[in-house]
Structure formats: structure tokens, C-alpha cells
Design a protein around this ligand. Structure first.
Ligand code: ADP
Length: 191
């Protein structure tokens, strides 16, 4: 167990963040906070949040920063987060990263380290194609996946240098099978 460990996972759609975050929660006892899962659940339940974000998710666009920042502020404040957590899908814009810095400042805590999933574009394309067959996600249609990749390059990729400049970034080679990637993560997490 890695009590109170906090990590941010960064990487394009299809890089394996979600899969590895789930494994990390099982193996290290960390809470898996997936903003994508939270939003999809809200849509399924038809809550006020869900009704607000459904069309945004279906287009592959990003939910507005202020909504996401409030959602995360409230989530990491819950008692289960005492045991440590993995942020999967947040921050996704510079505005969210800056807001997160303020949240930790207010809490008197350091910003968590960031794990970047490095995956080349051929592998990404392959994985997204096979996911279309397997998972019934309404945002997994090909055009929407391409839009999400474009949005990642435009809005999220700048976070790599943002965290690199702050000395907070570790890169993990995300190619290979689930266990191979998991072993690489274990090395970084335990170092
Ligand atoms: P991915 O397959 O890209 O990892 P996610 O499950 O993390 O997808 O997110 C699915 C969708 O949820 C995104 O395309 C976006 O519309 C929305 N979303 C998730 N996290 C955020 C965020 N931090 N800011 C804005 N929108 C978000």
C-alpha cells in the first residue's frame, strides 16, 4: 500500500491511463478519480450535471473549466481521499492545472507528481480502433475519437511542458502490454 500517495496521470485518449489507474487502485489501494467516469455516470443518471454535459461529451469537446474545477475540488476533499488517489482525466487544460495549483496551495499540500503516458500515434490509432469494437461508449465513434485527439493536442499537450518546467513530470513508456506498462509504473511510483 502507498498511503497518501497522490498522482496525476497525463496522456492522450487511448494511452492506457484509465486501465492503469484501475490497476493502481487495486494494487496500491489508491482511489481512482476518473473525470470521464464521473461525467458518464452523471449522464446515465440524468442528473443536472449529466444533462448539462451530455452533448459536450458526445461531441468530444471539453466540459467548461469552472465546472470541472468545482467537481475536482469537491471530490478530493472527500474522506476516502485520505488514503491517496490517482487523478485520471484532470487537469486537461492550463486553466485547470493552474486552478489545481491553487487548490493544493489552499490545502497546504504539494502538487502531486505527474505520470505522462508516452505512446506513439500508430499504437494510439490501433488501440482506439479496437476499443470501438469492445466498449459501448457513445463518444467512441471514429469522428469523435479523432476530435478528442485533436482537442488533446491543442488543449492538454501544453501541460507536458508546464509540469516539466516545475520538475513534476515522470515519463512512462505506454507501449507494450498491460503488465509491462504496469511494471514500469511501479518502478516510478516506488522510487
Ligand atoms: P479519454 O478516453 O480521452 O481518456 P475520458 O474518459 O477521460 O476520456 O473523458 C471523456 C470525456 O469527458 C472527454 O472527452 C471530455 O468531454 C470530458 N472530460 C473528462 N475530463 C475532463 C476535464 N478535465 N475537462 C473537461 N472535460 C473533461
Amino acid at each position: 500500500m502507498l498511503g497518501r500517495k497522490r498522482l496525476i496521470l497525463l496522456g492522450p485518449p487511448g494511452s492506457g491511463k484509465g486501465t492503469q489507474a484501475k490497476l493502481m487502485s487495486e494494487r496500491y489501494g489508491l482511489v481512482h478519480i476518473s473525470t470521464g467516469d464521473i461525467l458518464r455516470l452523471a449522464v446515465q443518471e440524468g442528473s443536472a450535471l449529466g444533462r448539462r454535459v451530455q452533448s459536450i461529451l458526445d461531441e468530444g469537446a471539453l466540459v467548461p473549466d469552472d465546472l470541472m474545477i468545482e467537481l475536482i475540488r469537491e471530490r478530493i476533499d472527500r474522506p476516502d481521499c485520505e488514503k491517496g488517489y490517482v487523478l485520471d482525466g484532470f487537469p486537461r487544460t492550463l486553466g485547470q492545472a493552474e486552478a489545481l495549483e491553487t487548490i493544493y496551495e489552499d490545502l497546504g499540500e504539494d502538487v502531486p507528481r505527474v505520470l505522462l503516458f508516452d505512446v506513439n500515434s500508430d499504437v494510439l490509432a490501433q488501440r482506439l480502433t479496437s476499443r470501438r469494437g469492445r466498449e459501448a461508449r457513445s463518444d467512441d465513434a471514429e469522428a469523435v475519437q479523432l476530435e478528442r485527439l485533436r482537442v488533446y493536442q491543442r488543449d492538454t499537450a501544453p501541460l507536458v511542458s508546464y509540469y516539466e518546467e516545475r520538475g513534476l513530470l515522470d515519463r512512462v513508456d505506454g507501449c507494450g502490454n498491460i503488465e509491462e506498462v504496469s511494471a514500469r509504473i511501479a518502478r516510478v511510483v516506488h522510487s
